[in-house]
Design a protein around this ligand. Sequence first.
Ligand code: PLP
Length: 449
Amino acid sequence: MATDGNAALIERDLAHLVHPLQHNAAHQGGRVWVSGEGAWLTDADGRRFIDGLSGLWNVSAGHGRRELVDAASAQMMRLPYASGYSGSTNERAIELGERLAGITAEGINRFFFTSGGGEASDSNFKMARSYWKMKGRPEKTKVIARQWGYHGVTLAAMSATGMAPYWGLFEPRVPGFVHIPSPYPYFYDAPAGVSPGVAAANELEQAILREGPETVAMFIAEPVQGAGGVIVPPDDYFPRIREICDAYDVLLVADEVITGFGRTGRMFGMEHWGVKPDLIQFAKAVTSGYFPLGGIGISDEIAATLAQADTPWMHAYTYSAHPVGCAVALAMLDIVEGEDFPAQAARKGERLIGGLREAIGDHPNVGEVRGLGLMAAVELVRDRDSRQTFDPADKVGPRVLGEVMDRGLFTRVRGDVLCLAPPIVTRDEDIDRIVEIVHESVTAVLGRG
Ligand SMILES: Cc1ncc(COP(=O)(O)O)c(C=O)c1O
């Protein structure tokens, strides 16, 4: 097993690897992870950390789950791979489609599988465009997305992602992607007489009218914006979005890549508001990260249109419907349902968010502590009342992250927003330790206020 310590391994890593978000300076102090158990990770120096973001929001069942490993290994022995292209399929994919039909929104009953979330975004862009072509409306091609939305980084998914730092080096973006403001309650100023949720939703109507309804194929939104900083919309936001999409024949796509499978306290995030999307996408916790798998789910109306087409839907991945991924997902669904992940996330989320509010909610540099289920964020600002943000050059977020890491909590920041989404199996005492660490770290950088 690994004999080198963390620093030596990082040096070897830097010689030959290019990483996601590659940045040599940031990687210098990086960790090399060698093992995990439950909500805990161990690095190459033997130091233990709480996995504060469940890897990248995916390892919700925690590390070391024998059931997931056994499912993968049994399927690898029986049938490690088979083409998923039309004319060829496998038992596990069929079973997973049946299971997903039972837990996704009513009217979503057919699924296409991918290797992850970005491919799921691309699959939905192409599904939406092809649907409108099959309906005789080929000019409906545009995608409306939101600022602070994250949908992956393939060239098309990146063009939907609403964070400019992801674009810079890779411009030009794919044409036909438009962004509207996010329903960001802390920063969003609604006009008088309209609730912030409805006002933010109405931005979609204005964008559709600006672009021309006959050109807009779909609107994509995460129920709770995750990587953008755990932004929870007001309760009246998505019901109004649904009305607008219906009024202008725009498909509503729910990106449940982070929010799916219990994370927000419901099986899928959109259930909080009783809103039924036309298309969904999922990835991450569907296998708890034990195998790369994602996918989309399509409405009965879209499925019926696709079924009548006389030409093939020319979209495909070698690893679509991977039997091992599907086997792991089936074992994961047993865990999600058997251990009632939605209820656990709701209860532990209250403990985490309530604990953070009590510990640092009144701190003058804490703009807000927010979250839904077991996903939470602490928004750090120069002044909470005027909502004045820090100068990015002050690097407040990264400094707090450094303190957090020193105290044994591994997570990420978006600017000055500290994001938290530990595994749903995290023990109560570890949730309390996260609160303690965040409290100590915020006061270490910003004082007691
Ligand atoms: C909401 C959402 N959609 C899509 C993606 C992209 O997934 P992947 O990194 O598997 O391509 C992510 C990744 O964080 C995500 O959070």
